[in-house]
Design a protein around this ligand. Structure first.
Ligand code: SAH
Length: 406
């Protein structure tokens, strides 16, 4: 096995069990590992630190599989890691609908994240479960290297028969990997997979939907919105396929307007509305840029009682944080203006480059600019199927605030 030696003093983050080794920390590599192959990581004195996946094209030059000198990185290793991830999910009632455990009937949903990459100690691997269909993303050289093994193990351990691959996220480029998507195991009659959440029904397009098809990380927050929506006029910005919209309607919203730029997402949102028995008078859909639409609403003196802002990632990394902050501030400022007194703003950021404290500052300064007083009444984040490894704070990417306008 090739050996990666770190520069002196560069082992500190590994000793704290953070799984990333940046290019600047690497002294030399002895051997000629292929991309994704396992290398042994040692400090400058030659002491064992970890076994990691070699990624020559990325600034994150290696990602740790194991810190245990006695643990080999082989099929059994991945079997243990996937089992552990499954176990964490079953604690919360999540189970693949093909599993024999029978948990599914009692569970709030049959759609959940089964493997959350670094936070499940499987760097670069994301697996979401939609009923009996698994959707896999191999986002790094290491997860790409073990892709076939991982696919076989997922079938073995979950009982699923179909795996669809969506390794087409932009981050693959940083690893020197081309985008890839398509059937990896089994068959798929239709790209539209029916799922259920808290008694509501959704269709998920695993072929062309965003990420793996659905924003599973917002499940608990959608439920919160349903609870807040009763009797309120609701504006859902960046609605995608209508997740928050359907919940708000089910919660008894008085009216509902959902905005997105994607006509495909809106079409599926409308289909989801029909599936849940919403009439076209109850739920309105608008294809528009949110930045423009909010200004237009302001000029028309329109007002709402509940506004949801769930934009895409404006800042994937800290380097884009400043520009992203301007975007977040702009939409939050406009939303505060459009809220009636006593109205509720449910606002999110899923940007890795913006932490919770900064996001709160941005929302505060948006309120200041809008000339409104508001209170935070709740902090929101991702659900338990999107765990955050304690040694990997980057895993806590979803930040949400529920604010009430005075
Ligand atoms: N809230 C959704 C997920 C939102 S994802 C859910 O819970 O399912 C972000 C969405 O914003 C995508 O659907 C994308 O099409 C849309 N989008 C991106 N930029 C936009 C813009 N400037 N105006 C309106 N929609 C935009």
């Amino acid at each position: 096995m090739a050996v990666l030696f770190l520069k002196p003093e560069r082992e500190k983050s590994l000793l704290r069990r953070h799984p990333w080794i940046f290019s600047g920390a690497v002294q030399r590599v002895v051997g000629d590992p292929r991309p994704g192959e396992t290398v042994e990581v040692r400090d400058a004195q030659g002491q064992f630190l970890a076994r990691a996946a070699w990624s020559p094209h990325s600034q994150i030059r290696a990602r740790v599989w194991t810190f245990d000198p006695d643990e080999a990185v082989d099929v059994d290793f991945f079997r243990r890691r996937i089992r552990a991830a499954l176990h964490r999910r079953t604690l919360f009632g999540f189970a693949p609908s093909c599993a024999e455990s029978g948990v599914t009937d009692k569970a709030e949903t049959n759609a959940f994240r089964l493997i959350h990459a670094e936070s499940d100690a499987l760097p670069g691997l994301v697996v979401d479960c939609y009923g009996s269909v698994l959707v896999l993303q191999a986002l790094t050289a290491g997860s790409e290297f073990w892709r076939e093994t991982l696919a076989d193990l997922l079938l073995e351990l979950t009982g699923a028969t179909t795996i669809y691959e969506r390794s087409d996220a932009d981050v693959r480029e940083l690893e020197g990997l081309p985008p890839r998507s398509g059937l990896l195991r089994g068959t798929l009659d239709s790209p539209l997979i029916p799922i259920h959440e808290h008694g509501l029904k959704f269709l998920v397009n695993v072929e062309v939907g965003h990420k793996t098809g659905f924003y599973l990380d917002q499940r608990a927050n959608r439920k919160r919105v349903a609870e807040l929506a009763r009797g309120r006029e609701v504006l859902n910005c960046f609605c995608y396929t209508g997740g928050f919209s359907i919940y708000a309607a089910a919660g008894g919203a008085k009216s509902l307007l959902s905005v997105d730029t994607s006509s495909e997402a809106l079409a599926l949102g409308q289909e989801n509305a029909r599936l849940n028995g919403l009439s076209s008078e109850q739920a309105h859909w608008l294809e528009a840029d949110v930045f423009t639409a909010l200004r237009k609403f302001r000029d028309q003196n329109r007002a709402w009682d509940l506004i949801i802002l769930d934009p895409p990632k404006f800042a994937p990394t800290a380097s884009q944080a400043e520009k992203a902050a301007r975007g977040y501030k702009d939409i939050n400022r406009l939303a505060f203006k459009l809220l009636r007194p006593g109205g509720i703003l449910v606002t999110f950021s899923c940007s890795g480059g913006i932490d919770a404290a900064l996001f709160q500052k941005i929302v505060a300064s948006a309120a200041l600019d809008a000339g409104v007083d508001a209170q935070i009444v709740e902090h929101l984040s991702q659900g338990p199927d999107h765990p955050v490894a304690l040694h990997f704070p980057e895993g806590a990417y979803l930040k949400g605030l529920v604010c009430v306008k005075s």
